[in-house]
Design a protein around this ligand. Structure first.
Ligand code: NDP
Length: 330
């Protein structure tokens, strides 16, 4: 048997290229469960892996694809049977293990999550790591005491994948949502997802020398990092909480100070989706099933094929992908 995959190869000159290849099943890695992949998606990390950047892929040739959804074909694990619908996100699949940009994948059963009944395999990839991470952020903010009564919630990098899902989730949960974007042309899209206020990225991008600014946000989901995270922390209301998710503007926060923690009791919550334990994943997928408006999700989706991925990889690295890319691998 063979399967199709986007194979990333490194030439003798060190140049990395990605091409669709027909591969023998015997080349699939070791694992307990073989999945007929139906859909995958595109994350920032996929952009890096397809281009061999960031040191994420150590061994070539490699099949990237951090996330996938599909149906179990063969299982050596009693938890899964042929025909079960499953989703996989994270666990460094697509980075150090072969991933979802293929029609077939073999993985460890521990990494899979059964899909909730009401979520299709296509919707699962419209959600993907980005959506799961947004849900984990909202759950963390709730645990820190956030509720719609406490005030406005801010989302940075709002037109991106994590940001778009966070806007839709928070709006559905009754929050007044402010969306920060560097792309003013996405204002109607963000309002359609439920944002009440659109904030120009330039307003928050520059470092401020002030230790605190006027109290504005009760909670925030930050996909951007860098100086924007420091600005957001300085604008949090007393007892507010920020979920730190991403680093679209950089991992270093040059203007960071502890003053918001000390004078306003602000919390900074770290969000990791990759190594998240199974039970918390199941809870988050169930929350997504109940709280994410699927019509809004559909409005975020652009569907593509495996062959489009090399071009899309460059776009996501340039911050030019809007919403969620769903890849129909067949
Ligand atoms: P996207 O590329 O889809 O979105 C990122 C968004 O950030 C862009 O759309 C843009 O939004 C904004 N942005 C880009 N560059 C800059 C910049 N220089 N300054 C300010 N804003 C910028 O990526 P994802 O949504 O998939 O991921 C967002 C971040 O979260 C990434 O850093 C990713 O690595 C991280 N991540 C972390 C996870 C975790 O487990 N912690 C899981 C998933 C992702 P706009 O155009 O609206 O301004």
């Amino acid at each position: 048997m063979t399967f199709q995959a986007l194979l990333v190869e490194k030439g003798a000159d060190g140049a990395v290229s990605a091409n669709i290849r027909e591969l023998e099943d015997s080349r699939l890695p070791d694992g307990d469960v073989t999945v007929a992949v139906e859909y995958s998606t595109l994350n920032y990390k996929d952009g890096l892996c397809i281009n061999g950047k960031g040191g994420l892929v150590r061994t070539f040739p490699h099949v990237p694809g951090v996330d996938f959804s599909g149906t179990v074909e063969v299982s050596d694990d009693p938890r899964y049977r042929p025909g079960d619908r499953v989703v996989l996100t994270g666990w460094r699949v697509g980075e150090i293990w072969w991933g979802g940009f293929a029609t077939r994948a073999r993985v460890k059963a521990d990494w899979l999550v059964p899909l909730p009944e009401t979520i299709s395999t296509r919707q699962a990839m419209a959600i993907g790591t980005a959506g799961l991470t947004s849900m984990l952020s909202v759950i963390a903010l709730e645990k820190a005491g956030l509720s719609p009564l406490k005030g406005e919630a801010l989302v940075t990098g709002a037109a991106g994948g994590v940001g778009s899902v966070a806007v839709a989730l928070l709006a559905r949960l009754g929050y007044s949502v402010a969306a920060v974007t560097g792309r003013p042309e996405t204002a109607d899209y963000l309002k359609g997802l439920g944002a009440e206020t659109i904030i120009d990225r330039a307003e928050l991008a520059e470092a401020s020398s002030r230790p605190l600014e006027s109290e504005r946000w009760a909670g925030a989901v930050d996909a951007v990092g860098g100086d924007m995270l420091a600005r957001v922390l300085k604008q949090m209301k007393y007892d507010g909480a920020v979920a730190s998710v991403g680093l679209a503007a950089g991992a270093v926060v040059p203007s960071f100070t502890v003053i918001p923690f000390l004078l306003r009791g602000v919390s900074l919550l770290g969000i990791d989706s990759v190594m998240r334990p199974y039970d918390q994943r199941v809870d988050a997928w169930n929350r997504i099933a109940s709280d994410l408006p699927m019509d809004k999700l559909e409005a975020m989706v652009v569907e593509h094929r495996l062959s489009d991925l090399p071009e899309l990889a460059n776009l996501i690295l340039d911050g030019k992908v809007k919403g969620r890319v769903v890849v129909d691998v067949n």
